[in-house]
Design a protein around this ligand. Structure first.
Ligand code: MEV
Length: 425
């Protein structure tokens, strides 16, 4: 192609050209294109600094969960989530936990591991002992990456190719790093890349992957609380909740949904505070499966007094410095609202919200069910989506809810009736 006349690539275009390109190729009409422009234009510059091919930010609702007391400290917890009932449910569970002194949370050290995959060594035993002999030097090279965080150990493992495609053994060199208040991904990835040439030199092998492991089992958050049986609705509800837990522990089909409820809370705080929620998700689900069977991330038990004890434990790679948490204007504000002073504290809060979310969901499911509360908010969403104005939304939602006919079609019908009536009067 003639360089002088080639059309611009999307990433080379400015905001207006990018929108024009999308409008043309996605066949948006003028109104749709205008909505896209007005929804995104304010924030274009910020978004364009953060990702490639940006056209703006995608907004989702931000709310504040209340009533949380964790290790005797009160928190206002920002949650970014599009699903109704989640914030109300977490705040409700936090209120109940306060009756028994709030949540007790803890977190282990901020240790993550990086992996360098080494292949094609002439002799595996010799390669491993060579790495062990050069341990201190490899750690020194890794630590030339950052003044703030430090690698402190190196271990090796042999991993067999279970695909049977290559039928080769691989040596995995694992670098253990104390990432302190950072999530750590960038530094660890750089460390792995930095030590790889030296690993190749001392083993005569070939390195392939050089990347952190998101399965951060050295970075575990726990949180627990007691929920009084009378606050939950009595002994029978506690019994029913234990049945619900027994199913989540014993059956992966239920466990996935049980854990989805937990992630409703965890992801919402993670998103609001600028965390890599995909990393959190993948580690959480692997951890849920650590026994070989996918199980509940929370454990429920009955105290001697017949109250419900709930505990959550999961790996949580979160940071209060570096990454998006220091760049995204809203994430920075949310971290300030939350007032977590370290990655460990943030991890404890996030785990606690997961627990609270789960307690509230399981309590509702074990008693009146979740649809009642959920449908009220869903009805409002439907009324909004058919184009009702702020005044009409509540009227439409109430009418649908009261008649037990919550649907898009009914929302449209009620809106048309309202508009017709207004014209008549
Ligand atoms: C819905 O987003 C989450 C729940 O399904 C969780 C659960 O079933 O425990 C209510």
């Amino acid at each position: 192609m003639n360089r002088g006349t080639r059309s611009k690539k999307f990433r080379e275009m400015g905001f207006s050209d990018r929108l024009e390109f999308v409008k043309l190729n996605a066949q948006l009409n003028d109104d749709e294109a205008e909505s896209l422009r007005s929804l995104t234009s304010n924030d274009f510059e910020n978004s364009n600094r953060m990702i490639e091919n940006a056209i703006g930010f995608f907004k989702i609702p931000l709310g504040i969960a209340t009533n949380f007391v964790i290790n005797n400290k009160k928190y206002l917890i920002p949650m970014a989530i599009e699903e109704p009932s989640v914030i109300a449910a977490a705040s409700y569970a936090a209120k109940l936990a306060n009756n028994s002194g709030g949540f007790k949370a803890a977190m282990t050290k901020s240790v993550m591991r990086g992996q360098v995959q080494l292949t094609c060594v002439p002799n595996i035993k010799v390669a491993i002992s060579s790495i062990e002999n050069h341990r201190q030097n490899l750690i020194r090279i890794a630590n030339s990456v950052s003044k703030k965080i430090a690698a402190f150990d190196i271990k090796t493992r042999i991993v067999n190719d279970k695909t049977h495609i290559l039928r080769k053994k691989m040596i995995i060199i694992e670098l253990f790093v104390d990432v302190k208040d950072a999530m750590g991904a960038n530094s660890i990835n750089s460390m792995c890349e930095r030590i790889a040439p030296e690993i190749e030199r001392i083993t005569s092998g070939t390195t392939i992957l050089k990347i952190l492991s998101n399965y951060c089992v050295e970075r575990l958050a726990t949180s627990e609380a007691i929920f009084f049986k009378d606050d939950l609705g009595g002994e029978n509800i506690v019994e029913r909740m234990l049945y619900a837990y027994a199913l989540a522990y014993s059956d992966p089909y239920r466990a996935v949904t049980h854990n989805k409820g937990i992630m409703n809370g965890i992801d919402a705080v993670a998103l609001a505070t600028g965390q890599d929620f995909r990393a959190i998700e993948s580690a959480a689900h692997a951890f849920a499966c650590r026994s070989g069977i996918y199980r509940s991330l929370t454990t429920f038990s009955r105290s001697d007094a017949g109250d419900l004890k709930v505990k959550i434990e999961l790996p949580l790679a979160v940071g209060t410095i570096g990454g998006i948490a220091s760049v995204h204007p809203m994430a920075k504000l949310c971290l300030k609202i939350l007032g977590a002073n370290s990655a460990k504290e943030l991890g404890m809060v996030i785990a606690t919200v997961g627990l609270a979310q789960n307690l509230a969901a399981v309590r509702a499911l074990s008693s009146e069910g979740i649809q009642k509360g959920h449908m009220k908010l869903h009805a409002k969403n439907l009324a909004t989506s058919v184009g009702a104005n702020a005044k009409d939304i509540d009227v439409i939602a109430k009418r649908m809810y009261d008649t037990n006919q919550v649907s898009m079609k009914n929302a449209e019908k009620i809106l048309n009736d309202l508009r017709r009536n207004k014209k008549i009067h």
